[in-house]
Write a protein that binds this ligand. Structure first.
Ligand code: UT7
Length: 331
């Protein structure tokens, strides 16, 4: 064990499958249209993985992340996979990924907190670094939402996509850079508004649960929307207040990508122009655990993230689970 150190993101990577489905794809079998989807959600297209599971999305994202940092899989000490669509209920997708990656020295586990899974996993990874327990932790957010989408339900089918992102956490070389603060919350009153009814221990799979399409996402969209806006705003405001951040000194808002209207309402409350908000929901839809790390990786790749930039991450999802984080970009 070493002395306490702040954790920092020292590398990023992401992967989205190659097959693109635009909004018109749904018009042939659902009563929906491109205009409704764009106007109500901001989504234009999304990717679906044809074959394989969440670990097959996680693998290339993790590989890219390690390659960019110049370390090998054998150097990784711990892997946390944030996901709501594990390859199987068990073993953990993280152990499947460990095997595929060849991260022979890493212990690993999955973390599930719906759309907040990645943010919560980032917090857990940060604590492992800060405590001195590990010199690095690979945090991956990966979801194959197409596996649990009801393609006959226009209320949910148009919203989601498949994708993964990964970040490497290491001790920060500079105390003023890295993962500065987290604000994580749960409001269990929202559990009934967004869930996957069957397949768990409460309602194990039967012919009836399958026939009744109970293994897919069920969402009362309007109710979740009404909770998501104040939830994301609360998280953003708390992070700003506690860290003396103003619209001027925030470089990027990095929001969960569930609905462009929720994102802009959050930015509005923070006094941020949309030029300071990471938005890629138009290309990928809601990839659940993938949204935040995919944004970070894409923006870094484009050269739009610089050392010292102040980032506010915010998320809201089933549970309700929600929260925010303050990150000062470290590389
Ligand atoms: O990431 C996890 C957290 N999840 C979220 O944050 C999602 C939050 N919710 C939302 O993003 C929005 O509520 C939705 C995008 C899901 C829905 O948008 P909305 O503006 O709240 O629409 P609505 O559910 O109130 O539906 C309005 C109308 C309804 O028709 P009627 O009852 O007014 O005749 C729906 O049946 O739009 C209809 N509708 C559609 N029409 C065309 C619902 N889905 C569709 C569709 N195409 N795909």
């Amino acid at each position: 064990m070493t002395s306490l150190k702040r954790a920092a993101i020292t590398s990023v990577g992401h992967y989205v499958p190659p097959d693109v489905y635009d909004n018109h794809y749904f018009e042939s079998f659902l009563e929906t249209n491109d205009q409704w989807i764009r106007e109500r959600t901001g989504i234009v297209e999304r990717r679906f993985l044809k074959e394989g599971g969440a670990s097959d999305l996680a693998l290339p994202a993790a590989q890219l992340c390690l390659e960019r940092r110049g370390i090998t899989a054998a150097d990784v000490e711990c892997i946390v996979v944030a996901t709501v669509t594990p390859d199987m209920i068990f073993p953990p997708t993280a152990s499947i990924l460990q095997g595929k990656l060849g991260a022979v020295n890493a212990w690993c586990f999955d973390l599930e907190a719906a759309c907040s899974s990645f943010l919560y996993a980032l917090n857990v990874g940060a604590r492992m670094i800060e405590s001195g327990a590990h010199r690095n932790v690979l945090v991956v957010g990966a979801d194959k939402m197409s596996a649990i989408m009801n393609f006959e339900d226009r209320n949910t089918a148009v919203l989601f996509g498949d994708g993964a992102g990964a970040v490497l956490l290491e001790p920060s070389e500079d105390e003023s850079l890295g993962l500065m603060d987290f604000y994580l919350k749960v409001d269990p009153s929202g559990g009934k508004n967004l869930y996957q009814p069957a397949g768990g221990s409460l309602l194990p799979p039967t012919a009836e649960t399958v026939a009744n399409k109970m293994h897919y996402i069920v969402q009362d969209g309007k109710t979740v929307f009404k909770a998501a806006v104040p939830g994301m705003q609360e998280a953003a405001e708390m992070i700003m207040e506690r860290n003396h951040l103003t619209a001027d000194n925030i470089r990027w808002l990095v929001p969960h990508q569930a609905n462009l209207r929720i994102i802009s309402a959050t930015a509005d409350r923070m006094g941020l122009p949309m030029e300071k908000v990471m938005v890629n929901i138009d290309k990928y839809g809601n990839t659940t655990s993938g949204t935040l790390p995919i944004c970070l990786s894409e923006w870094w790749e484009r050269g739009d993230l610089a050392k010292g930039d102040s980032l506010v991450l915010v998320t809201f999802g089933a549970g309700y689970t929600y929260g925010g984080a303050y990150v000062r970009w470290a590389y």
